[in-house]
Write a new protein. Structure first.
Length: 244
């Protein structure tokens, strides 16, 4: 398991309860003495992820005593009004397909910008300086608000607008999904891999019925496809803790 000298600075993890945010939560707990989590209810169809958040947090507390001592409050912010405005296949009964813009219909315009703005306001009140998110532009669906240059611009705007020195940290930005599985293994061993498989939720359709080798989900939506392919690549490589 990974272990580094923890920073006294606090971190706020944007925690959806999915695979990526689970890895980010473990990453933050390995590095910061005080970690809090925030989740957003934006009217998402896969609202089951809000239950997964608590399942993952509880499992981490039970399995990792050192991390449990660092894990602080969880916050849930109701922004369903935003979800109604930014209607997509994640917030309305629409097919998951490519749109004329060349983006999947699951794209919620400005979602990460809104999430991080709310998170920064919360972090300001809680005295936390690191905002940790699972955004990635390696294995991703092409969302423009997942790109590092977008987040760099937003970080600048947040710090100017709030007169703070926030850091938007994206530990998965340049990792493939296979490398994200390896990161989980390196941070928390088989225990964290099992928590990710059993308790996290990534499926856009919110399906929790069948458990696949990589976890629960419909197996066909873009989120499931990325997760499954990453798990298969990691497994084929022998489930290492490091992947090139």
């Amino acid at each position: 398991m990974s272990s580094v000298e923890p920073s006294a600075d606090g971190a706020l993890v944007l925690f959806s309860g999915g695979q990526d945010s689970t890895a980010c939560l473990a990453w933050a707990l390995d590095r910061y003495e005080r970690v809090e989590t925030v989740g957003f209810d934006y009217g998402q169809r896969h609202i089951v992820e809000m239950e997964a958040r608590q399942a993952v947090r509880s499992a981490m507390i039970a399995r990792f005593p050192a991390w449990a001592a660092r894990l602080g409050e969880d916050h849930v912010i109701d922004i369903r009004g935003f979800g109604a405005v930014a209607e997509s296949a994640l917030t309305a009964d629409r097919e998951i397909e490519m749109t004329q813009r060349g983006l999947p219909s699951t794209f919620v315009p400005g979602r990460n910008l809104v999430f991080l703005t709310y998170a920064a306001a919360l972090a300001d009140r809680r005295g936390l300086t690191a905002l940790v998110g699972g955004m990635c532009e390696t294995d991703f669906s092409g969302y423009p608000d997942c790109r590092r240059d977008t987040l760099d611009a937003l970080q600048t705007a947040l710090n100017l607008g709030m007169d703070r020195d926030f850091r938007v940290e994206t530990p998965l930005m340049w990792l493939t999904k296979a490398q994200t599985w390896a990161l989980a293994s390196r941070l928390g061993g088989e225990a964290l891999v099992e928590i990710t498989i059993a308790d996290s939720h990534t499926c856009y359709r919110g399906e929790r019925g069948e458990r696949h080798a990589w976890g629960h989900g419909c197996g066909t939506c873009p989120a499931c496809a990325l997760r499954a392919a990453g798990y298969e690549a990691w497994s084929a490589a022998g489930r290492p803790e490091q992947m090139a």
